[in-house]
Structure formats: C-alpha cells, structure tokens
Design a protein around this ligand. Structure first.
Ligand SMILES: Nc1ncnc2c1ncn2[C@@H]1O[C@H](COP(=O)(O)O)[C@@H](O)[C@H]1OP(=O)(O)O
Ligand SMILES: [Mg+2]
Ligand SMILES: [Mg+2]
Ligand SMILES: [Mg+2]
Length: 351
C-alpha cells in the first residue's frame, strides 16, 4: 500500500500555512471587530485566501490533480469585490511566502514560495471546481470548516484529503484552537491530525513537531459521551438525546464545531460522533467528512451512515442521499448503530 509520503508532506505543509493564515485573519479582523458583527466578510476573506494557499501549493507539487474545493472565485471576480479581493490576495501571498521556521523546508521542496499574481490566485481558488466522481485522484479542500466556531473564537478546522478511486487515502485536519493535550493545557493550542490509509493516524503540533500516534481507546459504558455539533441546525440534538438515553449515557454531550470532532474522537476525547440530519434536503459535502473518516478509521474506529452503510465518496461533490453519520470505536459504534435504528423507528412511528 502506498504510503503517499510526498502527498502527506505537501498536504501537512499546505494546512500548516493555511492555519497560520486563518489565525491571522481571526486576530486581525475578527477579534478586534475590524469588521462589524454579523458581517460575514472576515470568514469569507479567510475561506477564499486559505483555499488559494492550499490550492497553489497542491498545484506546485501535483499540477495534474483535480480539486474539489468548497469555494469558487466567481463573486470575487466582480468589480464590486475589488476591496475584498485585494485583501485576500495580500493575505494569501503573506501566507505563501512567510518563513515558518523549523520543519518548513518541506512546504515547497525549497522553503517558502514565490508571490503569486491576483489572476494566479483567483485561478487557484477556481481549480476547486472539480465535480468529483468515482474514479481517479482528487483532493478535497474545506479551507475553513466550522465557520460559526471560527467567528466565535472556538473550534474550526482547515481540512484537506486525497481521494483515489472513491477511497480516501490521506486526510489532514488542522485545528488552530484545539488544545494539543486536554490533560496538559500548558502545552498550548494547535493540532494537525494526519492519517494515511493503512499507515495509521497521528497528531502533530502546528509546526509539524511532537508526533503522537492515535488509537481510539476502549470505553467503559459509564465513560461514553457523544461529540456533536454546536449548531442545532446542522445536526439533531434531540435525536442524540434519545439515543443517549436508550444507551443509558449519563455524560453530557461535548459540543464542538467542525471536523475537530473527528480529531477528538480519534484521540479519545469523546466516544462517538453522531450527526443526524435536521430536515430533508441537505446533502453532506465530501470535504466535510473525507478527512475525518480516514482519520477515525486509521485510529481503529468505524465510520458509517446512520444505517450502517459505508460513506460513498465517489458520487460527486456530495455524499448523495444524506442518512447521517455515526463514527466511533468498533464496539461503541455497533451499540450506537442499534440505538440509532431504534430511535429512528420510534420517530417514524410518531410521525
Ligand atoms: N443543514 C445542514 N445540515 C448539516 N450540515 C450543514 C447544514 N448546513 C450547513 N452545514 C455544514 O455543516 C458543517 C459544520 O458542521 P458543524 O456544525 O458540525 O461544525 C459546515 O461544513 C456546514 O456547511 P457550510 O460551511 O456550507 O455552512
Ligand atoms: Mg465544512
Ligand atoms: Mg468551509
Ligand atoms: Mg461554508
């Protein structure tokens, strides 16, 4: 099985630079309220600029690889976006060319990259327009996952994956605001989760240091707690409550935005991630689950939809029909799956 060593190096380096960018956007634009509350622009600036950085670095290393990215530059190309566009270009170039210190020589093969023109960076964002599908290599980019968490100064994630013939091979999740070790808060914040299919999962610092292999622990029933979205609109809190009570779970759920939930699951901060749709019609996106799914599987866990079926990353930009997501260690997963089926039947009988 390929170890995807070059892909992993480039992907970690790209996520590292993008994390530096999103942190700086938060400090410059969100924390100081440079832009008014409720204005979606700080996150929009961060989204576009981070996708530009990651896409540029991927192109440098793998020019033929298609990209399924969340953002596209259509709006940015409009004359009315000139001010925001300039800000994005400056931020992306700063992130692409800054000296990051130890471990950075991997980024471009030879240290920091060259400045890019506005045209090159807009084109880089638009390279994320690949439709996805069942065959070939493709990368997924979610430049800021958990935008609500980003704006609150809580959890968000910079997410990147490599999919080959519909199978996720490499997954990287950068979490600038996540404690490196919740048991040792003085180690500070900032984690990059890394997984390669068949080669395990690990976490490193934002500088790529201190690698720690990840393995989902076995949980005693009394230690089980759920990880779930903060936003009730993104996944059903009430359904999770019912599943918890069917399993006699007494611990409160841990609420957190973004794919940081998959990372926390992979290292044992929470025993199961349950994401049930809140209504009909929303289709989960592949960039919201591919990096998390490979991470949890490589840490020894199981990721399925709510019926126990595999997530299909070969259907296009979405996971197709949305039946939710259940991720957990093997033993917990089968118990949660049973309870989800029971809760689902109860809900149907009531409707
Ligand atoms: N109705 C919805 N159901 C499920 N997920 C959603 C819904 N609306 C948005 N999302 C996505 O959920 C992800 C965040 O999940 P969480 O709340 O667990 O952090 C985001 O990628 C967000 O997409 P988007 O970035 O387009 O808003
Ligand atoms: Mg997302
Ligand atoms: Mg996003
Ligand atoms: Mg979004």
């Amino acid at each position: 099985m390929s170890s995807y060593a070059t892909e992993k190096k480039v992907a970690v380096a790209a996520v590292r630079r993008a994390c530096q960018l999103t942190s700086s956007v938060f400090n410059k634009l969100v924390k100081n309220e440079t832009l008014t509350k409720g204005d979606k622009s700080p996150v929009t600036v961060g989204d576009y600029a981070a996708q530009a950085v990651i896409s540029t670095m991927l192109y440098n290393a793998f020019p033929a690889d298609p990209i399924v990215g969340e953002e596209d530059a259509a709006e940015l190309r409009e004359e009315s976006s000139a001010e925001m566009r300039d800000r994005i270009i400056a931020l992306a170039n700063e992130a692409l060319t800054s000296e990051l210190g130890p471990g950075d020589e991997v980024s471009w093969g030879v240290g920091p990259g060259q400045e890019k023109t506005a045209v090159q960076l807009l084109d880089a964002i638009d390279r994320g327009n690949h439709p996805g599908g069942p065959s070939g290599r493709m990368w997924t980019i979610d430049p800021i996952d958990g935008t609500k968490g980003f704006l609150r100064g809580e959890q968000y994630a910079v997410c990147l994956s490599l999919i080959v013939d519909a199978q996720v091979q490499v997954g990287i999740i950068g979490c600038p605001n996540l404690l490196f070790d919740p048991a040792q808060p003085d180690l500070g914040r900032g984690v990059i989760f890394v997984a390669v299919k068949g080669h395990g999962a690990e976490q490193v610092t934002l500088t790529g240091a201190n690698p720690i292999p990840l393995k989902i622990p076995c949980f005693a029933p009394s230690d089980i707690s759920f990880l779930e979205s903060v936003e009730a609109a993104h996944s059903s809190h009430t359904f999770n409550e019912r599943v918890s009570s069917l399993l006699n779970i007494t611990r409160s759920p841990v609420r957190m935005d973004s794919q940081a939930k998959y990372g926390c699951l992979a290292r044992g901060d929470g025993a199961a991630y349950l994401r049930m749709p809140t209504g009909v019609g929303y289709r989960e996106k592949i960039w919201d689950h591919a990096p998390g799914a490979i991470l949890v599987e490589e840490a020894g866990g199981v990721v399925t939809d709510s019926r126990g079926g595999a997530l299909n990353f070969g259907l296009g930009r979405t996971l197709g029909e949305n039946f939710g997501v259940i991720a957990a260690g093997r033993a917990v997963h089968s118990r949660v799956l049973e309870a989800v089926k029971t809760a689902g039947m109860e809900a149907k009988a009531k409707a």
